[in-house]
Design a protein around this ligand. Structure first.
Ligand code: ADP
Ligand code: MG
Length: 443
C-alpha cells in the first residue's frame, strides 16, 4: 500500500518536494492502518499538513474503497518496534528549545521558512533550488546565488534553507550574515587582534549564508578575506549561499575572481510577483496574523501594489492597524480609504515624465535628446525602452504615449514594445537594463 502511494506521489510532486517530505518518511502497514514516522517534528508537520488528505485518498483508492487510517509520528520504525517511545518523546521535547537556540546562534529568523514562503511563477526556480540545497547541503549546487530586486524574498528564502538544514541535522553549523555585518565583524577582529579566530569561525561552518554581497563593493580587505573563506568552504564541500540585487557578473566594485566564483554553482533570479502570487501572499500573511481578508480587498491591494512584497506587506499592515484603530471591518471601501495616501504617492511616482527622466538619466542622455526626432541608435534604444516602460507602468494608451514622446505615432510605440520584448529575450544586457529601470521606477 505504502509503495503504491509513494509511486503515485512521486509522479504528482516536484522532485524537490518528494525528496524533502516523502522520502524521509518510514512506514508501517498494519492491515488498514498506515503508520508514518518522520525523522523530526518539522518534516512531520509539513507532511501531515500537506499530504495527509491526498494520502488518505490514495490509500482509499488502492485498498478498493475501504477507508484506512493514517497516523503520523516522529521516530523510526526501529524505535517503535523496540518499544522506546518514551525515550523518543523526551528526545523531541528536548530538541525543540535547543533548535530555537541554534537558530538564534545562526542569526536565523524562525519565521522565514518554506512553509511561510508562497510559491509563484516569479520565484519557482529559486524556491526549488533552495529546497534541494536544504535537503543536500554542499552537494546539490555550490554556491547558490539568488539575485533580484528589493523586497522580493531573497533573504526569506536564504533563511528558509538555513532553518531546514538546522532542523534536519542536529549537528550542522549554519551562519547567516549580511555582507555589511561580515565586514564589520572582520574589522572588529582586526582591531582586537582576533583575525585568526574570525577566520576559524567562518571557515568551519557547514553552511555560510551571506546576504546582499553587492555591499562588498569597494571593500578590498573584506573581499580578500571572503575570497579565502569561500575557497576553504568550497574545497571542503560546505554549502555557500549568496544573494545580491543583480547577476554575479554585474555586481560593480567586486573583484573578478569573486564574481567568477559566485557563478560556479547555480544562479537563480527572483522576479516581482504576478497578481495571483501577490494575492496568495496577502492571504498567507493575513492568516499568519489572524485577520480576515476578503478576496476583493486582496485583489485590490495586489493589483495596485506591484513593486515588491515588502510594500505589499506594508499595505496589509496598514490596513490591519487602521481596522484595529477604528474598529471597522476590512472591506473594499475601507481599504481604498485607508490606503489612499500610499496609493496616491505611488501613482504620482510613475508618470510618463518620470519614466522619461529616469531612463535618460540611466543612459546618461538629455531627456530632450531622447524625445527629439533623431534616430541614432544610442537614442533610439533608450527611447524604445522608455516607451515600453510607459506602456507597462502607466495606464496611458499607445497614442497618448506616442504623443508624450515628441508627438510620435501609436504604431511607433507598438513597434518599440515588440522590439524591446524580443531584445530582452535575446540580449541579457537589454533585459538587465530593463529590470534595473523597473526596479528604480518601482522603488
Ligand atoms: P529581499 O531580501 O529580496 O529584499 P525579503 O526576503 O526581505 O526580500 O522579503 C521581504 C518581505 O516579503 C519579507 O517579510 C518576506 O517574508 C516577504 N516575502 C517575500 N517573498 C515571499 C513569498 N514568496 N511568500 C511570502 N512572503 C514573502
Ligand atoms: Mg534581503
Amino acid at each position: 500500500l505504502w509503495e503504491q502511494c509513494v509511486r503515485q506521489l512521486k509522479g504528482e510532486l516536484t522532485s524537490a518536494e518528494f525528496n524533502t517530505w516523502i522520502l524521509p518518511l518510514q512506514a508501517r502497514v498494519d492491515g488498514l492502518q498506515l503508520q508514518l514516522y518522520a525523522p523530526n517534528r518539522f518534516v512531520l508537520d509539513w507532511a501531515q499538513n500537506h499530504y495527509e488528505k491526498r494520502l488518505l485518498e490514495l490509500c482509499t483508492l488502492f485498498s478498493e474503497g475501504s477507508v484506512p487510517q493514517i497516523t503520523f509520528e516522529v521516530g523510526g520504525v526501529e524505535h517503535r518496534v523496540n518499544n522506546q517511545t518514551d525515550r523518543d518523546q523526551n528526545f523531541i521535547s528536548a530538541v525543540v528549545p535547543e533548535l530555537a537556540q541554534r537558530r538564534s546562534n545562526a542569526h536565523l529568523n524562525p519565521d522565514f521558512t518554506f512553509e511561510t514562503f508562497v510559491e509563484g511563477k516569479s520565484n519557482q526556480l529559486a524556491r526549488a533550488a533552495s529546497m534541494q540545497i536544504g535537503q543536500n547541503p554542499g552537494t546539490a549546487y555550490n554556491p547558490l546565488f539568488i539575485y533580484g530586486g528589493v523586497g522580493l524574498g531573497k533573504t526569506h528564502l536564504m533563511h528558509a534553507v538555513g532553518n531546514i538544514i538546522l532542523s534536519s541535522n542536529p549537528t550542522a553549523r549554519v551562519v547567516y550574515l549580511h555582507s555589511e555585518r561580515f565586514v564589520a565583524e572582520m574589522i572588529k577582529a582586526l582591531q582586537h587582534n582576533k583575525i585568526d579566530d574570525f577566520k576559524k569561525t567562518y571557515r568551519s561552518v557547514n553552511a555560510l549564508l551571506i546576504d546582499d554581497v553587492q555591499f562588498f563593493a569597494g571593500k578590498e580587505r573584506s573581499q580578500e578575506e571572503f575570497f579565502h573563506t569561500f575557497n576553504a568552504l568550497f574545497d571542503s564541500r560546505q554549502q555557500i549561499i549568496l544573494t545580491s540585487d543583480r547577476f554575479p557578473k554585474e555586481v560593480v566594485g567586486l573583484e573578478e575572481r569573486l564574481k567568477s566564483r559566485f557563478g560556479w554553482g547555480l544562479t537563480v533570479s527572483i522576479e516581482p510577483p504576478d497578481l495571483e502570487t501577490s494575492v496568495a501572499i496577502l492571504h498567507c500573511k493575513a492568516t499568519q496574523w489572524g485577520v480576515e481578508l476578503p478576496d476583493d480587498v486582496a485583489f485590490f491591494v495586489g493589483r495596485r501594489i506591484r513593486s515588491n512584497i515588502r510594500e505589499l506587506e506594508g499595505a496589509l499592515r496598514r490596513l490591519v492597524a487602521n481596522a484595529e484603530f477604528t474598529g471597522k471591518a476590512i472591506n473594499l471601501e475601507f481599504a481604498k480609504h485607508a490606503l489612499r495616501d500610499m496609493l496616491a504617492a505611488q501613482d504620482k511616482q510613475v508618470s510618463v515624465e518620470n519614466i522619461q527622466k529616469t531612463v535618460a538619466e540611466y543612459f546618461k542622455l538629455r531627456t530632450s535628446d531622447m524625445l527629439s526626432p533623431k534616430r541614432s541608435r544610442s537614442l533610439a534604444r533608450p527611447r524604445q525602452i522608455a516607451m515600453t516602460l510607459a506602456k507597462e507602468l502607466t495606464k496611458h494608451s499607445l497614442p497618448e504615449i506616442g504623443n508624450a514622446f515628441g508627438g510620435r505615432d501609436h504604431t511607433t510605440v507598438l513597434h518599440a514594445t515588440r522590439k524591446i520584448k524580443s531584445l530582452r529575450e535575446s540580449e541579457a544586457g537589454v533585459d538587465e537594463d530593463y529590470k534595473n529601470l523597473l526596479r528604480i521606477l518601482n522603488s
